[in-house]
Write a protein that binds this ligand. Structure first.
Ligand code: PEP
Ligand code: MG
Length: 597
């Protein structure tokens, strides 16, 4: 049955801890966004709306069947005839009067929406299968849930209708959110969000930071406790969600928000000052962006340019594949806004949790180890070359560097460079202008690339270390899985050694090297990166002022000493303790009052 959602029930305050992924404190009321079929709210319709509601349901069934047939065809190629049959089974279910009949009947007799009727009937069917001791029936529960998701997608869009219901001062609490759902929030209404699933460096977390939406992920029990309309405090600094806060707690948090605002004002004074340590070493602070217009924020916050443009967000925020014109418009906009400053455009990093419109349909078993990123581009060379053409054409307007993500082998890098050369030849034939000496670099985010840095250094113009992926692949810890979040340790000695070695190799080969993973924005970790030889850090725009202030307060000598001490330790915990202790000794006031608690 649908859950009751009575906002006035006198429930006690509940504190739920999670992972703080995007800073900020917001106070508002809950909107639950859940993909659980049982939570679709029962809504009534007027009798005269019945025919239209049935027609809406029938259209969703037709669209789902058409989509399933396409998926079936695609899956046959990828998974073989036998495995792909499952999609035909789904088509069969959606054509079965014993499933459709009760849904129609419920709309007619009970005057409820098609969404509610469909979810109610499917949820009951899933319960019957679940109760059956025969394991064959038990496995059918997944099929019904899958079918329910697909049907709901065609009825209301994936989670979209709930998100669209947000009023002012809404804090969304969800089981999970995709990067594109997060990007679709109406910022005049949605103050922040928290999810039960997800890890520190998930792409949903990254988009939250890009859009300055306070966020907490990996909370695990939110949906058990939360109800629509409940008062809630979301603390994106500490990683906490407080449901039904008492008046004293609410007042305490209002105090924190005032304190935060003052701290931010003091940071803005730093914007025009250079990033330089107390002993005179220049450190270049660049910004990570997901959307072209974010360049403005990077510059306003005192960034020297863009160290990572995650262009896949062009795909995640659109319903169709971007055209060359779409790419070109985005890149020329960036070039224009950067006005001669550094601009590193990363070729699309789709796959894993950032799936394409087409890929979403046949999920991979291990998507982070699958057809992701440069691998995907090298298998979809039409799409890849469309992007390269646009980047190269935009390079005629101002400086651009191209960066390839997730490179794990030398042949892969060579193939990527081959496509750049071919596209250059095409453009030259067409008489189109482009930068013939455009710099080509790569992310170092797979252990194989880090270990083989020497060979890669001979073939690229620059490196950028991506700690988000480097940590997950080195430690075999899924970056978006909250169940292993405690094992996701950027301070792990194995990660430190890889960074040290890549940094040394880069220096020897005079290959510029930066770090653009989330860890670069962590003040303690940044100290370590400087000590390991890095002089370029690229972070989300909101992290720039605090990072600059920190860098201007430490000496390179201190950083190098800490790095040497860290490299002598055996565990990530020991390294974390060392960094915490040293950072707070060197620069006690670099952390706002609360972070130091
Ligand atoms: C990284 O892996 O550190 C990185 C910057 O890339 P992304 O987070 O987009 O995978
Ligand atoms: Mg990465």
């Amino acid at each position: 049955m649908p859950q009751p959602s009575d906002p006035s029930s006198p429930l006690p305050p509940t504190i739920i801890k999670g992972l703080p992924v995007s800073p900020g404190i917001v106070i508002g009321k809950v909107l639950v966004v859940d993909d659980d079929l049982r939570r679709v709210t029962r809504r009534s319709i007027r009798p005269e709306q019945e025919a239209a509601e049935r027609a809406r349901f029938d259209a969703a069934v037709r669209d789902s069947i058409a989509e399933l047939r396409e998926v079936h065809q695609q899956a046959e190629g990828q998974m073989g005839k036998e495995a792909a049959k499952i999609f035909l089974f789904h088509v069969g279910m959606l054509s079965d009067p014993s499933l459709l009949g009760p849904i129609h009947a419920m709309i007619e007799k009970e005057h409820v929406t098609a969404d509610y009727a469909a979810c109610h009937v499917l949820a009951n069917l899933a319960d019957q299968f679940r109760a059956n001791k025969n394991s064959v029936f038990a496995t059918k529960v997944n099929d019904i849930e899958d079918l329910g998701d697909r049907l709901m997608k065609h009825l209301v869009g994936p989670g979209a209708s709930r998100i669209a219901q947000a009023d002012e001062n809404t804090i969304i609490l969800a089981r999970d959110l995709t990067p594109s759902q997060t990007a679709s929030f109406d910022r005049t209404k949605v103050l922040g969000f928290a999810t039960d699933l997800g890890g520190m460096t998930s792409h949903t977390a990254i988009i939250a930071k890009a859009l300055d939406i306070p966020a907490v992920v990996g909370c695990r029990t939110l949906l058990k406790a939360a109800r629509d309309g409940m008062p809630v405090i979301l603390d994106g600094d500490k990683g906490a969600v407080i449901l039904n806060p008492d008046p004293a707690t609410e007042e305490e948090y209002r105090g924190y928000t005032r304190q935060r605002a003052l701290f931010r004002v003091s940071l803005t004074e730093l914007c025009d000052l250079p990033g330089v340590t107390t002993d005179g070493h220049a450190v270049h602070i660049l910004g990570n962006i997901e959307l072209a217009d974010e360049v403005k924020k990077v510059l306003q916050h005192g960034g020297e340019g863009v160290g990572l443009y995650r262009t896949e967000y062009l795909y995640l925020t659109a319903q169709r594949e971007p055209t060359e014109a779409d790419h070109y418009a985005a890149y020329t906009r960036c070039v224009e806004l950067c006005a001669g400053r550094e601009l590193v455009i990363r070729t699309v990093d789709l796959g894993a949790d950032k799936y394409t419109q087409a890929q979403a349909e046949v999920p991979e078993r291990n998507p982070f180890l699958g057809n992701r990123s440069i691998r995907y581009c090298l298998q979809h060379t039409g799409m890849f070359r469309t992007q390269l053409r646009a980047i190269l054409r935009a390079s005629a307007k101002g400086p651009i560097k191209v960066m390839f993500p997730l490179v794990s082998t030398i042949p892969e890098l060579r193939q990527a460079k081959f496509h750049v050369r071919e596209v250059m030849e095409d453009l030259a034939e067409e008489g189109a202008a482009f930068d013939k000496d455009i710099k080509l670099g790569m992310m170092v985010e797979v252990p194989s690339a880090a270990i083989q840095a020497e060979a890669f250094a001979r073939e690229v113009d620059f490196f950028s270390i991506g700690t988000n992926d480097l940590v997950q692949y080195t430690l075999a810890v899924d970056r978006i899985n909250e169940r292993v979040a405690h094992l996701y340790t950027p301070t792990h000695p194995a990660v430190l050694r890889l960074i040290r070695d890549v940094s040394r190799t880069a220096r020897r080969h005079h290959v510029p090297i930066s770090c653009c993973g989330e860890s670069a924005a962590d003040l303690e970790y940044a100290m370590l990166l400087l000590g390991l030889g890095l002089r370029i850090l690229s972070v989300s725009s909101s992290s720039i002022p605090q990072l600059k202030r920190f860098i201007r307060s430490v000496s390179m000598q201190q950083c190098e000493r800490v790095a040497r001490q860290a490299l002598a330790l055996d565990s990530g915990d020991q390294v974390s303790r060392l960094l915490r202790d040293r950072a707070r000794t060197f620069v006690p006031d670099a952390f706002d009052g609360r972070s130091a608690e």
